[in-house]
Ligand binder design. Sequence first.
Ligand SMILES: *[C@@H]1O[C@H](CO)[C@@H](O)[C@H](O)[C@H]1NC(C)=O
Ligand SMILES: *[C@@H]1O[C@H](CO)[C@@H](O)[C@H](O)[C@H]1NC(C)=O
Ligand SMILES: *[C@@H]1O[C@H](CO)[C@@H](O)[C@H](O)[C@H]1NC(C)=O
Ligand SMILES: *[C@@H]1O[C@H](CO)[C@@H](O)[C@H](O)[C@H]1NC(C)=O
Length: 373
Amino acid sequence: MRGAGFLLLVVFAVAVAGGAVAAAADLDGGDGGGGVAAEWRFPSSRMRDAYVALQTWRREAIFSDPGNLTADWVGPDVCNYTGVFCAPLPWDRREVAVAGVDLNHGDIAGYLPPELGLLADLALLHLNSNRFCGVLPATLRRLRLLHELDLSNNRFVGRFPEVVLDMPALRFLDLRFNDFEGGVPRQLFDRPLDAIFLNHNRFRFDLPDNFGNSPVSVIVLAHNSFGGCLPASLGNMSGTLNEILLINTGLSSCLPPEVGMLREVTVFDVSFNRLAGPLPSAVAGMRKVEQLDVAHNLLTGAIPQAVCELPRLKNFTFAYNFFTGEPPSCAHAVPRYGDRRNCLPNRPAQRTLRQCAAFFARPPHACSSTVFP
Ligand SMILES: *[C@@H]1O[C@H](CO)[C@@H](O)[C@H](O)[C@H]1NC(C)=O
Ligand SMILES: *[C@@H]1O[C@H](CO)[C@@H](O)[C@H](O)[C@H]1NC(C)=O
Ligand SMILES: *[C@@H]1O[C@H](CO)[C@@H](O)[C@H](O)[C@H]1NC(C)=O
Ligand SMILES: *[C@@H]1O[C@H](CO)[C@@H](O)[C@H](O)[C@H]1NC(C)=O
């Protein structure tokens, strides 16, 4: 998915939803501050707009570029700039447009100026591992063809950038390792995204009940402060979901039996939460699961034998819970010490009898969909 590279033609073909974008009054690619020399002839107004956008970025909004990636951002031929990729427009192959900007691992410091909304034909914007800060300009909603947005490992702040909800072609959204905070709008899970990475931010919200509407194949929400339940609607993702990582997100419900409907899932990780109750035997419905991690929760009861007999299970970790039974068939899938710190009889490195007794004397509330305090 990430390795898709610059299949720009494909991306364009998928992304085009009907052609040109009307120029908005709030952004004008006119002479402005772009420093357009009078004698330069741009092949089209879109290339002139791209020039203004990139020059404004370089001159006004980039403060440090230690790798000199933008050092050759000079002159009217923006297709020659490092990190800028052009491709023919899918609806008119005689005309070329800026289709991608990739400054990954540039260590560039700066911000995203509103003029980037002039890059109306952009299909990919990859800025991972830089020092861009601030908030996303609202003008990015003009990127009607944007398919992949990777802003990971930067210094973006503020509330969830709602502008991404207005990008009709967006399929890949990567905001991980930033300082976004606050809630995540429920509409995110109604968008036709294929991948969502929000991990390592400061988001705080309960997973909404429409979570299962999301057609993603990969969703990583780890290391944020959510709370509440794993929604039963998760079962609606059965045909599409491949990987889900909810590590350390503050979940404090039970595992709903609907998780067993995730027949395509290969990685399921809900470790470091406060999930309670049993591991439902329905989990055996995850026929393709390879990595299953429920460690560091408050789970109880016996590990269902059918789970350990899942045909592709390679790494099943459930350390640091309060399980009381482990069938012998688990041996092949549980790594060394992957079952430690439970209440398992005859297994090494378990909790003390006293710890187990204290827990079972006051277990968390009975499981419905209740949230534990
Ligand atoms: C970038 O350019 C500056 C000034 O020309 C030079 O000193 C520096 O070594 C260059 N850095 C790299 C990584 O090429
Ligand atoms: C763009 O790059 C090509 C190849 O490096 C070069 O031949 C061409 O002159 C450049 N065009 C401009 C306008 O700089
Ligand atoms: C999604 O899941 C919920 C809860 O399991 C269910 O009530 C609803 O009918 C499902 N919707 C679809 C479209 O499958
Ligand atoms: C199993 O998964 C855990 C975390 O989910 C990881 O730390 C461990 O390295 C994995 N072990 C193997 C043998 O793949």
